[in-house]
Design a protein around this ligand. Structure first.
Ligand SMILES: [Zn+2]
Ligand SMILES: [Zn+2]
Length: 346
């Protein structure tokens, strides 16, 4: 079954219309008519081969929201018309320890990513959500709760769970002092989610121009950190720092802002290795942890939490022909805070 899509044909070429082949739905598959797909920074890295493992053509997109069009005969969780989502992965081995723990994102064989990976047959490339339809096993489909704006909910499938999962994992709760570094797609979700857990949220940014947005999104405080003195003044202040900065940056100054046993969560992925000094870790027994999206049960929990708290992404909706311009603007940080493609217009 051929469906319309947008694809990159090489690292240099802009994304352009293409047709992608979707499998016929099997017994446990759901065929989804895609309505909205967010543009994640990973899409841009991938389409432009900035991580150097892209194969072409490449159809990005892993913040997918749509309606169920058809279900296989053994599908029990969904029926035609349901509003559903698909995030960063569409399958996993289902049998390893991580999969059994509902942490398919950490599948020991590697989760089958929504794009740039292979289907369960090991040979058919996966193509993502910049398309009119996708076919996914029901086990890897999420329910979008009623009451969430489906357009603005799309980025929850990556940016939302990427920040929700580690904040929960390190125990952020009422009164936890959380700093968020970087106020982009990830950072703005981190602020909203941490605030919804009752945390005391501070945004750290080089740019004073982010202050009004930070406070509007729910931060209690904003600190401009362009001078080294600004970080020194925050020494020992935070329980948790959520570092969403995707460009190379100094981590040692921020580490010093953690209290004893504090944790810096790394979710931005600068392409270059970063220099970590030993002393800020050793003095204060501080930790750095990484985190990759979340498993299926936790992703559903996050969506339900967002519905209860009225949390969605701040978005700018675009037509498919604006994708390339949106990529350039996203790289410049010129978006508040996520682009979402209208996939009914492909
Ligand atoms: Zn993403
Ligand atoms: Zn597994």
């Amino acid at each position: 079954m051929k469906v319309r899509a947008y694809a990159a044909r090489s690292a240099e070429s802009p994304l352009a219309p293409w047709e992608v082949e979707r499998r016929n739905p099997g017994d446990t598959d759901v065929r989804i008519r895609i309505e909205h797909c967010g543009i994640c920074h990973s899409d841009i890295h991938f389409a432009r081969n900035e991580w150097q493992f892209t194969t072409y053509p490449c159809v990005p997109g892993h913040e997918i929201v749509g309606r169920v069009a058809e279900v296989g005969r053994r599908v029990s969780r969904y029926k035609a018309g349901d509003l559903v989502g698909v995030g960063c992965f569409v399958d996993s081995c289902r049998t390893c320890g991580s999969c059994r723990d509902g942490l398919e994102n950490y599948c020991e064989s590697g989760p089958r990513m929504t794009y740039g990976s292979f289907e369960a047959d090991g040979t058919t490339p996966t193509y993502g959500g910049y398309a009119t339809e996708i076919v996914v096993d029901e086990r890897f489909v999420l329910r979008i709760p009623e009451g969430l704006d489906p357009v603005a909910a799309a980025p929850l499938l990556c940016a939302g769970i990427t920040t929700y999962s580690p904040l929960r994992h390190v125990g952020v709760t009422a009164g936890t002092r959380v700093a968020v570094m970087g106020l982009g797609g990830l950072g703005h979700m981190g602020v909203k989610l941490a605030a919804s857990f009752g945390a005391e949220v501070t945004v750290l940014s080089h740019s004073a121009s982010k202050k009004a947005d930070a406070l509007r999104l729910g931060a209690h405080e904003f600190v401009q950190t362009s001078s080294a003195d600004a970080l020194v003044a925050l020494a020992g202040r935070f329980d948790v720092i959520l570092d969403t900065v995707s460009a190379p940056h100094d981590m040692n100054g921020p580490l010093g802002c953690l209290r004893r046993d504090g944790t810096l969560i790394l979710v931005g992925a600068p392409p270059e290795p970063m220099a970590i000094a030993g002393f800020p870790l050793i003095f204060g027994r501080r930790r750095i942890v990484g985190s990759l999206v979340g498993g299926l049960p936790e992703t559903q929990e996050m969506l339900d939490h967002c519905a209860r708290h009225g949390i969605v992404s701040d978005i700018e909706r675009i037509a498919p022909e604006q994708i390339n311009e949106a990529y350039d603007r996203a790289v410049r940080g010129d978006v508040k805070f996520r682009f979402v493609i209208d996939c009914t217009k492909f």
